[in-house]
Design a protein. Structure first.
Length: 299
């Protein structure tokens, strides 16, 4: 081969333009059978989680006041959301930032993918901040209502409320407004796992003259947190009650007595209302940073 042929071949190689040939029939996932679409979506979600080191499905993650990840979907373990300062800061109902790309393709895929994710997510965690007036527990039903035939409400099986003790922090008894967390529980017919956490200062009353704390009564507790209707949550199977206390606090008696009374009230109440359903109620005392729901005490 002479030098001219070499040059000509080199010229053709570097100037070659590859042209993509569009297939005659474009593949559309929404044309597949329902069961097959669900399998494709699940494989997609698994792949998305594997690609991200933090195990999330979105990039708009932020951290709360405790430096913990927030407003992020850690599928299939947990969806974490929090209260906002204003209504404008709440997530968009149709396209919240925490949903994966596949759920953004069209309305049909949005519904199918997100309902499937909600069904397979172990826990939805809602963080309550009393200073923030835009409540995520009020936003969530609006989000769930965007799915037809109550599919959104029926999908949630686990609810975690780690800051519920901040509700009614002004100590008004009974509370002046309904507890949005309680209202949400009543709208979730398939809710079977519930986690509530309370700080000892919120379930004890301080006597200034004696500088000593005493547990509030069960009735005052139910009034303060607006939890009288918990016995109407008929699907509950497991209720975990977290109790944060300070061993050095000057409390007359058990600082978590009210929570123990609350747990017994739940267990006995459900036993009367739904005798065929065994509801497990456990208390998880702790003195420091949360390290998991371990070593619970049966009530």
């Amino acid at each position: 081969m002479n030098s001219f042929e070499d040059f000509n071949g080199l010229y053709e190689a570097v100037t070659y333009e590859s042209r993509y040939q569009t297939p005659a029939d474009k593949f559309k996932i929404d044309t597949l059978p329902t069961e097959l679409r669900a399998q494709v979506a699940e494989k997609y979600l698994i792949g998305e989680v594997a690609l991200r080191r933090d195990g999330t499905l979105c990039q708009s993650i932020h951290h709360d006041i405790y430096d913990m990840p927030c407003c992020v979907w850690k599928w299939p373990d947990e969806l974490i959301l929090c209260d906002k300062r204003t209504e404008e800061e709440l997530p968009d109902i149709e396209r919240p930032a925490f949903i994966p790309s596949l759920a953004r393709t069209n309305q049909q895929m949005r519904g199918e993918v997100l309902v499937q994710m909600l069904k397979t997510t172990a826990m939805v965690t809602l963080k309550y901040y009393y200073r923030n007036t835009a409540k995520i527990a009020i936003w969530l039903p609006d989000f769930l209502r965007s799915f037809p035939d109550n599919e959104g409400f029926n999908a949630i099986k686990g609810l975690n409320l780690p800051h519920i003790h901040w509700y009614n922090h002004n100590q008004v008894v009974p509370a002046g407004t309904p507890n949005p967390d309680m209202e949400l529980m009543l709208q979730l017919p398939k809710l079977c796992r519930l986690r509530l956490t309370f700080h000892w200062e919120k379930v004890n009353l301080r006597h200034c003259e004696e500088d000593v704390w005493e547990p509030i009564t069960l009735e005052a507790f139910l009034d303060k947190f607006g939890l009288h209707r918990m016995l109407d949550c008929h699907g509950l199977e497991e209720i975990y009650i977290g109790g944060i206390f300070d061993p050095s606090a000057n409390v007359r008696g058990d600082p978590l007595k009210t929570l123990r009374d609350f747990g017994k009230w739940l267990r006995e109440g459900f036993a009367r209302k739904t005798p065929k359903q065994d509801v497990v109620v456990l208390l998880f005392p702790r003195t420091g940073t949360f390290s998991g729901w371990t070593q619970g005490q049966a009530l």
